[in-house]
Design a protein around this ligand. Sequence first.
Ligand SMILES: [Zn+2]
Length: 100
Amino acid sequence: MTSLLIALGLAAVWLLLCGLVAEFAAKRGHSANLWYLFSLFLTPLLGFFTVGMLPSAADLVPAGHLRCPTCDGVVQAEAQRCPYCHAQLSGMPKREKLAA
Ligand SMILES: [Zn+2]
């Protein structure tokens, strides 16, 4: 019974760490879901370091474009609506350059 509780506790910590990696990835403009799965299978430690080494997604967007906050698609900065998911983009504050 005790070993079951320990296993459950470890699983909970594992999922929590995966969640932290997902949050870290999202802050850097990467897919939270993708990096959650990555950490789930390849350890949160590896996920954390891999996300940390990736360039921030904001740096990968060409000039005059920005990233749709809904679907992560690269759209023209002056677009009113995302061509991929049709999310409203006008009035969105310009994405600030993320600190490294
Ligand atoms: Zn979109």
